[in-house]
Design a protein around this ligand. Sequence first.
Ligand SMILES: [Zn+2]
Length: 436
Amino acid sequence: MRVVLLLALLAGCSRKDGAPEPPPKPTATVSSASVSPPPVATPNTFLGEGAPTFVVGTQGDEAADRIVRHQARLVQGMFFPASTLVEDTTVVPGKGVDAWPRRPVVYGGPHVHAALAALAPTLPFQLERGKLVLGGETFVGDDLMLITVLPARAADADGPGFPRMLIYAGTGDPGVAEINAVPHGQHAILVADRFGVLTTGAWTRRAGKVVAALEPRAPREAFRTTERAFHGGKLRFSSLASEPASKDEEPYVEACVRGLDRVVERLSLDGAPTIDVFLYPDSATKAKLTGNGGAGHAVPSSHTLHVIRFDPKKGGALEGLIAHEGTHVIATAAWGAPGSAAMGEGLAVWVSGRYAGVELEKWRAKLGAPPKLADLLGKGFFARKEAETYPASGLLVDRAIASVGLVKFRAHLYGATAGEWAEACAAAGDPALAKD
Ligand SMILES: [Zn+2]
């Protein structure tokens, strides 16, 4: 019974860990004849109005720009294949509202986005590396994420106007990796940190100016942190300060180091960023402090992993879980976001070598009728059981890497969206990968 329970928990690496939230469902629009006040614009209503235009920041370094672009492409490829994606430099904000494409969805804060930077003096928030000032409050840290539908602004003496836009921005560098995995959609303003939603709010007008009215911040626990090196990177291992410090912690730290080593080795990387691992005693505590009670989840924008205290033995559950979740963070930092959830989860399963405690090879027989390729690569991924999609994706990645090698997998397949898959397989040298 205990084994079954453990396997069930390990399978609970929910899609929130490495895949975008499906975009919100369109809500009913209010007819012009209606007497009710217009609804507050939220990501839900904004995306329900029609195909957006993705406007990606290109002002970071090469790696940051790749992460911004890949994140927008991931969402575009899975949910809005008919939409357009343009770079920030194609918008000239000084020209006003007409300079912007229809329904702009902006990826990247002013520190990595030229158009947002140009508007900075007129924005009702201030966002830079390590800091967000919003609604009279200052939030400090490189793990903050802001998701907001910014109201349209008319031109005035302070600067040009701009249309209503949906913004995904972070205080990190660039701070938007997997930002769509943050549960959101219902609030005009949402601020999250590495632990989850920190506050929500709405835009209001005060003395003619648009200002944010925010809810009180969610409380955050104190942690005790120790540092250790792994292949090419640094691990910051944190456990709850409220729990007594103990030498028994060492095996858990070592399991994390082994798991992260495995990611760097399997992906043939030279190095990795500093990784924060937060260890929780049980699912209930993890759920209370992060909003996610699954066995583990990753927050790639801040290089953070949250995991439950599983068996730390060599080759055991914790090591495998860290290898899986660590792949989401380290691969995204090195390669950018995957082109589909299947590539993200498949790579994580391939690196860890297991899914739900069962070796990947054994899943070939267990799966019976695996999902169709089109389902796996598109939004059908979310309609099927994780116990099918994750191992099937792992097997697809395994077959692809065995066939074309890791270098070509990374260059052509990892970032390919569903629509690009057949062409990417041909470019990688194995067109047969595009067949079920
Ligand atoms: Zn995962």
